[in-house]
Design a protein around this ligand. Sequence first.
Ligand code: ZN
Length: 727
Amino acid sequence: MVDSQYVLPNDIGIATLDCAEAFRLLSPEERLYAHYLSRACWYGGLVVLLQTSPESPAIYALISRLFRTQDPTDLGETAHALGLSDEEYQAFLVYAAAVYANMGNYKSFGDTKFVPNLPKEKLKQLVWKSQAFQDHPEEMEDLWGQCGDLMFSLEPTQKHLGLCGQGISTYFSSNCSMEDAKRAQDFLDSQNISAYNTRLFKKEVDGKVSYEVRLASVCSDDSQLDADLAAKMKCFPFGDCEFSMTLGDYAPLLQKVVENLQKAQQHAANATQAEMLTHYITSFTQGSIVAHKEGSRCWIQDKGPIVESYIGFIESYRDPYGSRGEFEGFVAIVNKAMSAKFARLVSAAERLLEELPWPRAFEKDAFLKPDFTSLDVLTFSGSGIPAGINIPNYDDIRQTDGFKNVSLGNVLSVAYSTKKEKLTFLAEEDKDLYIKWKGPSFEVQVGLHELLGHGSGKLFVQDDSGAFNFDREAVINPETGEQIRSWYRGGETWDSKFSSVASSYEECRAECVGLYLCLNKEVLGIFELEGEDAEDVIYINWLNMVRAGVLALEFYTPESGSWRQAHMQARFVILRVLLEAGGGLVSLRHTTGADGKPDAVVLLDRSKISTVGKPALERFLRKLQVLKSTADVAGGRALYETYSAVTDKEPERFLTLRHTVLLRKEARKLFVQANTRLEGDDVVLVQYESSAAGLIRSFRDRFPDDGEVLERHLMDLARADAHFWGK
Ligand code: ZN
């Protein structure tokens, strides 16, 4: 029996990343731009195989060949004839889907290895019996030889990513230790070279140590490089060793990235986008991070584009040293339908703000629309998909040019399961309604949260000249009935005053505004909801919030008594407030599941939402706003920390509940992404079913013309460096 930590469950959540509606509303030019950018992303995403483990490219090539020759259903029949059980074949499908979704055989979140959950001999038999093997026996045998053992082995040093002796990494040759990584960083810093797009290979000849720092680039010699970079392509003595700078890592893959960026450029929406792509093309051609920074500057200036994208060596989480970036590329589309509803919400804002439970004096003089875009992901290549992004990561650019913060709507909306059997902590009778209304209620909540939540409320300020932005005589604190006694002084901000609680407190305020205003008929009308539907959306929105409050416990660390996620802490606080309201509004029960293990159910009495829930929320929301407006840090902290506290007190026993939540936690989902295909001058979107087979089919169709060529490139690249990993 393999430790379940290293295998993926057969019923792992697999969700389609639906962007059909957003894509439908694109103009023909926007579609072409999105199409070629997506192509660039997908080709570049294959780089991640070479950045993960020595065997990843061969595993990828093996499964791609199997499924290119036989559809998952077809290969299933072969498996059946061989005597593989349905469970065993499903385990192989899940494994293959996960290799595609993580671009390698290590989980992108957590960095642990995963292995196929069926006997090696059975998988080998299946490979040998497959059509791909009948067609090309030597090549398939060779691929199996490259990865068959490593696919299954769980030697201690192979269980997770890490440096020499501790784990697996292909950012470094296997003889590199933390000391080598530090020395390389010192060298790179001394030459002002960024590590983002590099790998490090160490050689020892006759006791003399030399390192190769290899840059990711299409160019393999310095003849086409700009002068600054060309001057660095040489051998540098450094202490008692030497470093040589070389070019051309991942060259054939980056060549395809560049070709597609050039095609995308012809369909750019404006000059800034076109210039941005010029810099990226230079960056990937020459291996220049300086050019990538220039591209990132343009990207920040390109405000609110219809088609949004970013591409390159971006996140450094998976380099054991933390300075080398993993390739990723995404293309996302502004959800025009959702944006239109949000725009209607903005035009009704002045009226709706009056509904909020604080006096007019606590509201801004004029409503300022907060900067917020909700994007639907069309393409996200690399090892995994986040729910939101805040890039670029270059600190110097963040300081001088800023950054972008976007929410990835279609990722967020499926982040929690909508499969009935996986809907934890809900009563059976709530599940169908929850599944039906989860999407629409989420839309209402997000719109209210972002626009009227973060967009509402005033801070009382005395500026450096001593002037107040409020009437000290007239404004009365509704909590105390007295005049305002505290405020922000020049230079003080919400974040600087409330520091460690500021972000979660503010998320809580925004979530409360959403819950409170979703009760409003006009708001529901804006989202085209009436009658019983509107009532159902209110119920599901509130139910979802109290369930989220339970799920939030996953993000609490009892050892340090701290919360690791601002939004989830906020939802826990709201659950506490609604439990405290009493009157049978919310009830939380510890139960025992059908499997005999601890379970829990959270119930919401819909008839009490307006009679008990609304007044309780009103009181709490007013407190949050008044303490915020008046810069009352002591009062604000005391309130927020009281509700954030996780104890094992009866009747809720939250610490015990936390164990139940961890026990019933769902494995991270795999996303099935669409393909775009050129048909004449038009681009069509091809979506796939949300299953392991669907995910496999999406990858089978991803490189329709050159799948085999790419696999050969990958194998050549892996083979050329195999000796660095003792093969
Ligand atoms: Zn927020």
